[in-house]
Design a protein around this ligand. Structure first.
Ligand code: UDP
Length: 338
C-alpha cells in the first residue's frame, strides 16, 4: 500500500517507516522538521535500502497538502506529526492547539477531498484522567490535565466526526503509554532538543556523559519503591502495532481506539537499575521534588489491542534499555553526531 506518514522523520514515525517498508508498503513522508532532523530520512533509507520520498510541508498548509495528495494516490495515512512536550504545552497552549488540532483538521480535509479513507492516528495515554485510575482500559475516564493531552483528545474527536460524516472513512486511534528504546541497528532513536523531559532519554544522556546526574522527581509516592510507575514500551513494538492497525482497517473496515502498552508498571528506580545493568555505566541520581502534574502510577490495560489487532508487546525492559543505550552510545549527540 502507498502510505502517507506525517511526522515520518520524528521518533516514532521514523521507526514506523522502517517497519512499514519491511512489510512491503511504500511510504511517503511529510514533515515540517520542527522537531526532527532531515538526516533521519537518510538513516531510514540505509535501513530500507531505498531512498525515502519526502516532502517538507506543514500540515496547516492546505495548498501544499492538496498538492501532495494530488501527486500520490495514498491508500492510507499514518499521522504522527505533532508537538508532544507536556511542559511546553502548558507554556504555549495556542501552539499545541494550532499545530496538533489545526494540523489534524487540515489533514482530514485533504483526505476527504482525495477520498482517502484509512487513518492510523498517534494518540496518547495523556488523554486519560490520570488522577482517576491506575491501570486504564479504553473506557477509563478521559480528561487530560494539560494542553498536550487535550490536543490529542480534540484530534480524536475530529477524527470521530469525519468517521460519522463520511461513509467508508475509518480510523484507528492508538493511545501510546511510554514509548522508549530505539531501532536495534542503533541508526534510529530518540533525539530530543535541549534537556530531555522524558525519563529514558535523560537516563541515556547521563550514562553517556552528556549530563551529570538524573533528577528523580520524588520517592515518596504510594508505589513499591516510592518512585513513579509507568508503562514503558519498546518503539519497535509500537511501530509494529501501526502496521497491524493498518491490516485491521483493511480487514474489518471499522474504526477502533486501542491502548498500546505492556500492561506492566515499572518504577523510575527499576528502569535506572535495568539501564545500569545493560549499559555497564553508572547513572548517578538525585531525589528531587515531585514534578507538577505527575501521578504515582499509570499503566495500560492492553488487552483490547491483543484481542482485536492481534498485537502484544514482545520486547522487555532489558531490550528497551539495551537498544536505547546502543543508540545513545553510537550517537552521543543524537543525529547531530554525524
Ligand atoms: N522522571 C524523573 N526524572 C526525569 C524525567 C522523568 O524522575 O528527568 C519520572 C517522572 O516523574 C515519571 C517517570 O519518570 O514518574 C516517567 O516520566 P516521563 O516524563 O518520561 O513520562 P510521563 O510522565 O509522561 O508518563
Amino acid at each position: 500500500m502507498k502510505i502517507l506518514v506525517t511526522g515520518g522523520a520524528g521518533y516514532i514515525g521514523s521507526h514506523a517507516c522502517v517497519v512499514l517498508a519491511a512489510r512491503g508498503h511504500e511510504v511517503v513522508v511529510v514533515d515540517n522538521h520542527s522537531n526532527s532532523s532531515p538526516q533521519v530520512l537518510t538513516r531510514i533509507a540505509q535501513l530500507t535500502g531505498a531512498p525515502v520520498v519526502a516532502s517538507t510541508v506543514d500540515l496547516r498548509d492546505a495548498v501544499g497538502l492538496a498538492r501532495l495528495f494530488a501527486e500520490h494516490r495514498f491508500e492510507a495515512v499514518m499521522h504522527f506529526a505533532a508537538l508532544k512536550v507536556v511542559a511546553d504545552s502548558i507554556a504555549r497552549p495556542q501552539e499545541y492547539e494550532s499545530n496538533n488540532v489545526g494540523g489534524t483538521a487540515s489533514l482530514l480535509a485533504a483526505m476527504k477531498q482525495a477520498s482517502v479513507s484509512r487513518l492510523v492516528f498517534s494518540s496518547s495515554a495523556a488523554v486519560y484522567d490520570a488522577t482517576a485510575s491506575i491501570q486504564v482500559g479504553e473506557d477509563a475516564p478521559l480528561g487530560a490535565g494539560h494542553p498536550y493531552g487535550q490536543s490529542k483528545l480534540s484530534c480524536e474527536h475530529l477524527i470521530a466526526q469525519q468517521a460519522n460524516e463520511t461513509a467508508d472513512f475509518h480510523a484507528v486511534n492508538l493511545r501510546y503509554f511510554n514509548p522508549v528504546g530505539a531501532h536495534p541497528s542503533g541508526l534510529l532513536g530518540e533525539d530530543p532538543h535541549g534537556t530531555p523531559t522524558n525519563l529514558m532519554p535523560y537516563v541515556s544522556q547521563v550514562a553517556v556523559g552528556q549530563r551529570a546526574r538524573l533528577p528523580i522527581f520524588g520517592d515518596d509516592y504510594a508505589t513499591p519503591d516510592g518512585t513513579g510507575v509507568r508503562d514503558y514500551l519498546h518503539v519497535m513494538d509500537l511501530a509494529r502495532a501501526h502496521a497491524d492497525a493498518l491490516d485491521f482497517l483493511v480487514r474489518e473496515r471499522r474504526s477502533l481506539t486501542a491502548n498500546l502498552g505492556t500492561g506492566q508498571g515499572v518504577s523510575v528506580l527499576e528502569l535506572v537499575q535495568a539501564f545500569e545493568r545493560v549499559s555497564g555505566r553508572a547513572v548517578p541520581y538525585d531525589i528531587v521534588a515531585r514534578r507538577a502534574g505527575d501521578v504515582a502510577a499509570l499503566y495500560a490495560d492492553p488487552s483490547l489491542a491483543q484481542r482485536v489487532l492481534g498485537w502484544r508487546a514482545e520486547l522487555d525492559l532489558e531490550a528497551m534499555c539495551r537498544d536505547a543505550w546502543h543508540w545513545q552510545s553510537r550517537n552521543p549527540q543524537g543525529y547531530a553526531t554525524s
